[in-house]
Design a protein around this ligand. Structure first.
Ligand code: EPU
Length: 308
């Protein structure tokens, strides 16, 4: 990653304002409002993009000005540090959806997964019901292979259009992406998803909606309040929630953050928590599970911004 200097940030700022105007380009923008955990310090520069073309243009400008760029969807699965993010943050709200024959769906990467699931029902496309309860956007969901216990993004992805660090666009097939449980090559290459094509199949609206209602009911045992869903991946053959519960950590608090009493793999911001409070709980849970069970839990969430 490039070292940020004030003059770099300023030159990118001028370039962004020349394209999008003063009102849309945010300076020192607090990031807590852009993520589910509602924590995190400021971004040097921030732009909310509304189309795939804007996303590509903003990405290329950042590269031309040699600025580090971070793309946020709904910030559903990230912990942003209290010091915030240096360089440029793009908030992706490119959310065009198109329904093609035989259950094929084209979705911009900023599309909300629940919106996608509901629209699929309206268009009588089945197979995408599982997306209803997953917080987040299409792009991030492809990159981290999001899903439920049995259905993952990799099961429905047909192909994906990405842009690489040099600003080149290309198409990738699932076989290019090395998908595994909550894993894909995109997490490591840093390629950015622009649009994803998903494979559903023709279905009946009433059946699809009934299935989605069932899935939402199943999730009702999950905690309400600002969280990032599951914090840790499930280790092979076991459940992070069970292990953390066995360590007696349900309800354990640091500052304004708490390990949920309902589900121990969730950390809830109950009262103006800082990112550091949440990080302490993560470290505490990892240490306890390692000591008691000899199992190293791995984060499912991603850390963003400056951490010492
Ligand atoms: N459990 C406990 N204590 C707890 C929580 C869970 O003992 O505090 C036990 C449960 O009794 C159950 C098992 O652990 O036997 C699994 O729990 P659950 O059904 O809640 O599923 P999970 O494995 O914790 C996964 C995904 C969730 C997804 C659900 C339902 C991961 C890490 N999590 O949770 O995804 O919603 O299945 O499909 O794979 C997410 O990824 O952010 C997420 C919420």
């Amino acid at each position: 990653m490039t070292t940020t200097t004030i003059s770099d940030v300023n030159s990118l700022k001028r370039a962004l304002i020349a394209v999008w105007g003063e009102e849309r380009v945010r300076i020192e923008e607090p990031l807590a409002r852009y993520c589910n955990w509602k924590v995190g310090g400021p971004a040097d520069l921030l732009l909310v993009v509304r189309t795939a073309d804007e996303l590509i243009r903003a990405w290329r400008l950042a590269r031309q000005h040699r600025q580090p760029v971070t793309v946020l969807g709904f910030g559903a699965n990230v912990l942003i540090s209290d010091r915030g993010i240096r360089g440029f943050v793009i908030v992706n709200r490119a959310e065009r959806l198109a329904f093609h024959p035989r259950g094929l769906v084209e979705a911009d990467s900023g599309t909300n997964l629940a919106v996608l699931a509901k629209q699929a029902a309206l268009h009588e496309v089945s197979g995408l019901e599982f997306l209803i309860g997953i917080p987040g956007t299409v792009g991030a969901a492809v990159a981290v292979n999001a899903g439920t216990r049995t259905r993952w993004m990799s099961h429905v992805l047909e192909r994906v259009r990405v842009i690489d660090a040099h600003g080149r666009e290309r198409w990738l097939a699932p076989s290019d992406l090395a998908f595994a449980y909550r894993e894909s090559r995109l997490k490591h290459t840093g390629d950015l998803v622009i649009t994803a094509w998903l494979r559903g199949r023709p279905g009946r609206r009433d059946r699809i909606e009934r299935r989605m209602a069932e899935l939402l009911r199943e999730r009702q045992h999950q905690p309400a309040g600002p969280s990032a869903g599951s914090v840790f991946k499930n280790p092979p053959g076991d459940f992070a929630g069970r292990l953390i519960e066995q360590c007696g950590l349900k309800g354990y608090r640091v500052g304004g953050a708490k390990i949920s009493e309902r589900h121990a793999n969730f950390i809830v911001n109950t009262d103006r928590a800082s990112a550091a409070d949440i990080k302490s709980l993560i470290d505490r849970a990892k240490a306890a599970v390692a000591e008691r069970f000899g199992i190293r839990l791995e984060e499912e969430i991603r850390y963003l911004g400056e951490w010492e």
